[in-house]
Design a protein around this ligand. Structure first.
Ligand code: MLT
Ligand code: MN
Ligand code: ZN
Length: 305
């Protein structure tokens, strides 16, 4: 059996966001909105319960490790259950946690696409910085549909799926998309055939993405925004969801409509922005998701594949 543990289910900023007084953030702080705080975007996968693949390294990784005893199997004086890290993109909320793992005893195996590794070499030189600490053992991810196999998770076939989304604001590729700036991950348990598709940043449902959704048993997909103009409406930013590479849930062609087309799949939204009304468990938007059979990920959620 494969265990997927959601370490952080919020988008960049977390929930509540430190400087935000939107209805959700203010409400959860005051206790007037029924919602659960969430840390920033990351999941972990294991097949033996003590060796884990960390998928995205969030700025909240230290709190996430503390909240997840299985990530600290204590097999020696200095130890970690994190066998390797795999990145979906080079966004701050997905890579900054690497700095927090600098005490690792040997170079930390890191799997990321060539454009992501390039951003971490130049625009945000994490690799150079970490070379003065544990160092990173970088492995470029294939983008040709071939699967990656890791010794620590021997039964899993991990296939990167290139996605149309956005490179980070700091990247030279922000307005000049490169193949591999953003990926999703197909995870197949080769023993049972169980299949998962994880895509926390999904800007458009390209035909190959629809095929991934159809073929999966469980999908964990972009739950960032309810509405395309959510941030402008709240007066928080001029950016629409699509400007940031995220497909909103509501409206024609939105994520709810997309997921309605894959009726037998378990559907879970992840990477939820603090402004999203679905975080309020009493909201009509949350009820609408439930009516469509769509779940909302929370920190600590475990999925047995
Ligand atoms: C995004 O995916 O758009 C991010 O959460 C933005 C960020 O990290 O600030
Ligand atoms: Mn993000
Ligand atoms: Zn907020």
């Amino acid at each position: 059996m494969v265990t997927l543990r959601v370490l952080g289910s919020a988008a960049g900023g977390g929930f509540p966001q430190w400087n935000c007084n939107c209805p959700n953030c203010a409400g959860v702080r005051r206790g007037t909105v029924r919602a659960t705080p969430r840390t920033q975007s990351s999941i972990a996968l294991s097949e033996n319960g003590s060796d884990w693949l960390l998928v995205n390294a969030s700025p909240d990784i230290l709190a996430q490790v503390r909240a997840t005893p299985a990530l600290q199997p204590a097999r020696s004086q200095r130890d970690s259950g994190i066998a390797a890290v795999l990145l979906m993109d080079a966004q701050i909320d997905h890579v900054t946690g690497l700095l927090m793992l600098r005490e690792h005893g040997r170079p930390l195996p890191l799997y990321a696409t060539a454009p992501v590794l390039a951003d971490l070499d130049r625009a945000f030189p994490l690799r150079r910085i970490l070379s003065h600490y544990c160092g990173l053992e970088a492995h470029p991810l294939p983008l040709d549909g071939s699967a990656l196999r890791l010794a620590a998770l021997p039964s899993l076939a991990l296939t990167p799926v290139p996605l149309d989304s956005k490179a980070p604001p700091y990247s030279p590729n922000r307005e000049a998309p490169q193949h591999g700036d953003n990926i999703g991950l197909r995870v197949v348990d080769t023993r049972s055939g169980a299949r998962l598709f994880y895509a926390p940043g999904l800007g458009a449902i390209e035909p190959h993405v629809m095929a991934e959704l159809q073929a999966a048993d469980v999908v964990l997909v972009d739950g960032t925004f309810w509405q395309d103009d959510e941030m402008p409406k709240l007066g928080l930013s001029a950016k629409r969801a699509r400007d940031m590479g995220h497909l909103a849930q509501s409206g024609p062609g939105g994520m709810i409509e997309v997921l309605d087309a894959v009726p037998r799949v378990r559907k879970i939204l992840i990477h939820i922005n603090n402004t999203n009304p679905i975080l309020d468990e009493d909201s009509p938007q949350r009820r609408r998701l439930a009516a469509h059979g769509i779940e909302v990920a929370w920190d600590g959620m475990e999925i047995a594949l």
